[in-house]
Design a protein around this ligand. Structure first.
Ligand code: FE2
Ligand code: FE2
Length: 326
């Protein structure tokens, strides 16, 4: 089980120096992030005070939730569990970014923002009776207990490459899940869009941090990026039946290899990777590797699409219903 950061060698020490040197730009990014985002709370969507949470509202919520399709329910279960994996990510960020006050400040703020995502989705599922809640409870327990031990832990630069890609992937996933429920359940649609807005702002933060890292240490930055960008492990990978969940999500047009290819293309363009000059051999080799990733991802997507056939799925979390998907 790979876990703790490597012992500080020369290269890692330089990376931590770069991370410390980012204190001023990171503080500015945190202020910009806070000034742009509107702080919201789960109870604004689902009132929990006794006087406002009445039976009539709950009955109406449950009636609307009946119209949510089974594949959307599977996606919401996966999105919820992914969000509830927050302890893994809080730990990984704390472990990998060092103890500079700007990083602990960001980790606290980011964690507080993320915490609402799992909370609102769980509150919604519970109030609406959208799925088998005791099964969801068990899945969450097992997922958190099993941990998340990605290969990028141990290299702080890789953390920013992964989080940039991951925040964007999560935003896409919430946005597209929302589209599936927009007609039947406007409240759930509003929740998914609100979460997606947060994810997009987190994406902007991590993207800009890595831009600053490239400006300061381009060769090592590209070497780290080349190690992460070919494929990222989604956070729920250690969950039971993760592949079935991911397959339903892909077949539903919510998130799949084509989306990841687009994300990689956006990262390459935002970080100007193809235009970087004055690199050494390591940097140039990494640059070439990164620039070849989109074409390879396209081949992977075409291969998966060529093999796709009708398949049926069953998930206990949506009451054991059978999904027939093409
Ligand atoms: Fe989130
Ligand atoms: Fe996020």
């Amino acid at each position: 089980m790979q876990e703790e950061p490597m012992p500080i060698n020369g290269c890692l020490r330089e990376k931590y120096e770069v991370l410390r040197d980012l204190e001023n730009p990171v503080r500015e990014m945190i202020s910009r992030h806070e000034s742009k985002r509107e702080l919201w709370f789960p109870s604004e969507f689902l009132p929990a005070d006794q006087e406002t949470n009445n039976e009539k509202e709950l009955a109406e919520l449950r009636r609307r939730a009946e119209g949510v399709s089974d594949n959307a329910r599977v996606a919401i279960a996966l999105n919820t569990l992914t969000e509830e994996g927050l302890p893994h990510f809080h730990r990984l960020i704390a472990l990998n970014l060092g103890d500079g006050p700007h990083w602990t400040e960001w980790n606290g703020l980011w964690t507080a923002e993320e915490d609402r995502h799992g909370n609102i989705l769980r509150d919604y599922i519970r109030d609406s009776r959208l799925m088998n809640f005791s099964v969801l409870d068990r899945l969450q327990f097992d997922y958190i207990r099993s941990g998340f031990y990605p290969a990028w832990s141990g290299d702080p630069y890789k953390v920013f490459v992964y989080t940039s890609a991951q925040e964007k992937a999560t935003a896409v996933s919430h946005l597209n899940t929302g589209k599936l429920v927009a007609d039947s359940e406007p409240l759930l649609y509003a929740i998914t869009q609100k979460i997606a807005q947060d994810e997009s702002r987190h994406y902007a933060f991590y993207l800009n941090v890595f831009k600053e890292i490239i400006a300061r240490d381009p060769n090592a930055a590209l070497e780290s990026a080349a190690g992460v960008m070919p494929s990222i492990d989604m956070p729920g990978i250690s969950m039971a039946n993760f592949n079935e969940y991911a397959d339903v999500v892909r077949r539903s047009g919510i998130y799949g290899p084509r989306d990841y290819q687009k994300i990689v293309e956006q990262l390459i363009s935002s970080w100007n990777i193809g235009l970087l000059t004055q690199l050494n051999d390591i940097g140039r080799k990494a640059q070439d590797k990164i620039m070849s990733i989109p074409a390879r991802l396209q081949k992977v997507a075409e291969f998966i699409e060529s093999r796709i056939g009708a398949k049926s799925f069953t998930f206990d979390v949506i009451f054991g219903r059978v999904l027939e998907m093409t």
